[in-house]
Design a protein around this ligand. Structure first.
Ligand SMILES: [Ca+2]
Ligand SMILES: [Ca+2]
Length: 564
């Protein structure tokens, strides 16, 4: 007998949650005996190659899986004189051999709000899995599309034992573009977060298999101590080690629904007018990172220069979106505003919608520079008339500078040294965080407040200078420099900072990150801009030595203020 539980999706639709208390569960456990894991870390894997010939919607459930989704009776259809099943495991598979899972779509078939063709997987009933890596290959046909893609296409969904759900969806911000040009991939839950993992334009609609891997470690009750990471073809595209999934300490994963195409909610439009299939292969569910087949994962970007830096390390005008060609990595396609800018042809626009943790078009953009123990950062900020900031005593985070002991791709909440420069309300914060040190100097954060109140709709020149403290015989001296100017006026100056402790006597700054973040969600729609970034080893016009404590700060040259 089959027991089902009706649940409501975050978007209000009723769906049927197939419990694993069903005959398929017996098949599943038998299958587990057959599918001996090749690695103890692997919970379940399937390359689909040995699926029976009738492994399709309405036919055999492949070993290890729980069920096929057949909702609304749309098992198969004949269109253009060709018949396809909504979901089937058939030849060829990835690499031209074996088999793969294919989810077929054509014009208005199947109907928009039903789940047709995907598979479901039930975690072992005794599982206590709270941390998983989900890896598979997906092929998105160049010929598949939805015109005027206006809402979402669900991919998979993970059910938690406490009733929570995590969705992977194609989403859209515009409601006017096509699935291919406006669809992004995001993980979200019913109400508390929606985190973009792959921005529109970066999803590979190229009819080739690509490796997708997700790392999800559930947070404990009321804490932002979860982990969310995403890799595309072994390249980490998103990493957050302080994620709040709104889970609880007792939550565990129990079910993977509709792998991997659920329903769509763009009822006024349709798929392309030809048969096209989403294809999936080489599925692995693991407790450790899997990575692409036959490839050693490379998490490091291009080699890091090791020569001693001098003068200007790099400049960025935010004038176009060719960030990758200029050495940026992680998110390299962001929101360039060609209307409001300080100089050149564009600026970086950061627009949060109400409730959003980050601007949907800007995640984490990173760039390395030669490691240095003295760092000057110059940039221009402009807060829009709707600017309020986070509304709480912390955030938004904006600029993070990671040390050379931290991973270039590392998380941004727990580091050996993370130096933050950010607006806070109409003011600003300089913050140091070194949670990975034991003992830490600042731990989760030392907050320093420059004397500044920004006017809205005004460009400001923001300059900071940091100089590492000395460490002698393992003992750090409180002699590091931290200084900030706004429009050439000194607004913060300290000469007793400790950036590095005795365990990191040669620590340097190395990775510049722009990752706008309001952890509790933006209190309202708001925008700020950033432009004309320069990173150097010393304040322009000064000697490489820091200015003496009592000297007037050196004014920058070429200053101009545009207020309108
Ligand atoms: Ca295969
Ligand atoms: Ca510019």
């Amino acid at each position: 007998m089959t027991t089902c539980k009706n649940s409501r999706t975050p978007l209000g639709r009723i769906f049927v949650f197939h419990s694993f208390k069903k005959p398929a569960a017996l098949l599943f456990f038998l299958a587990m005996l057959i599918c001996t894991p090749v690695n103890a870390a692997i919970i379940f894997q399937d390359n689909f190659d040995s699926a029976p010939s009738d492994a399709r919607v309405g036919g055999s459930v492949p070993a290890g899986w729980d069920s096929w989704y057949v909702q609304g009776g749309a098992v198969s259809a004949t269109l253009d004189s060709v018949t396809h099943y909504a979901g089937e495991i058939s030849s060829p598979g990835r690499g031209g051999t074996g088999k793969s899972l294919k989810i077929w779509r054509h014009s208005t078939w199947p109907t928009y709000n039903s789940y047709h063709g995907p598979l479901a997987y039930a975690f072992p009933a005794s599982s206590s899995y709270r941390e998983i890596y989900l890896r598979y290959y997906m092929k998105l046909p160049a010929g598949m599309n939805i015109n005027r893609f206006d809402n979402y296409v669900k991919l998979w969904r993970l059910n938690l034992s406490g009733g929570g759900e995590l969705y992977l969806n194609f989403g859209t911000d515009t409601g006017t573009g096509t699935l291919q040009n406006s669809g992004f991939i995001q993980l979200l839950n019913a109400s508390t977060f929606a985190q973009k993992l792959l921005t529109a334009g970066n999803v590979p609609w190229d009819s080739a298999f690509h490796c997708y891997e997700f790392h999800i470690k559930l947070n404990s009750t009321g804490k932002s101590d979860g982990v969310l990471e995403f890799w595309l073809d072994g390249v980490r595209k998103y990493s957050n080690t302080s994620f709040n999934f709104n889970a609880t300490t007792s939550d565990r994963f129990i079910y993977l629904q509709h792998f991997s195409i659920g329903n769509r909610d763009d009822q006024s439009t349709s798929w392309q007018n030809s048969w096209q299939a989403f294809e999936f292969d080489d599925f692995v569910l693991s407790t450790t990172y899997v990575g692409p087949d036959g490839v050693t994962p490379t998490s490091d970007p291009s080699p890091i220069p090791t020569s001693a830096p001098t003068g200007t390390l790099f400049s960025e005008g935010f004038d176009d979106n060719n960030f990758a060609s200029r050495g940026w990595f992680d998110d390299t396609s962001v929101d360039i505003d060609t209307t409001t800018k300080y100089s050149g042809t564009g600026s970086l626009r950061l627009t949060w919608g109400a409730g959003q943790t980050n601007p949907p078009l800007v995640m984490a953009m990173r760039k390395d520079f030669p490691p240095t123990d003295s760092l000057y950062v110059s940039m221009y900020w402009r807060l829009n008339s709707d600017w309020v900031g986070s509304g709480v005593g912390y955030h938004p985070h904006l600029v993070y500078i990671l040390s050379d002991r931290d991973d270039h791709w590392g998380g941004l909440a727990q580091n050996y040294l993370d130096t933050y420069i950010e607006p806070h309300g109409r003011g600003a914060y300089l913050i140091l965080q070194d949670l990975l040190n034991s003992p830490a100097v600042c731990g989760s954060g030392c907050f320093y407040s420059p004397s500044i109140t920004f006017a809205l709709n005004t460009w400001y020149h923001i300059e900071t200078y940091f100089k590492m403290n000395t460490v002698t015989n393992g003992v750090p001296a409180a002699d590091g420099i931290m200084q900030m100017w706004v429009n050439g006026v000194n607004v913060y100056y300290a000469t007793n900072r400790i950036y590095r402790n005795g365990q990191n006597p040669t620590l340097k700054w190395r990775t510049f990150v722009i990752a706008p973040w309001i952890g509790d969600g933006s209190p309202q729609t708001q925008t700020m801009w950033m432009d004309e970034l320069t990173i150097a080893t010393a304040v322009p016009g000064s000697s490489p030595q820091p200015t003496p404590p009592n000297a007037a700060p050196s004014a920058p040259t070429g200053l101009r203020i545009i207020g309108n």
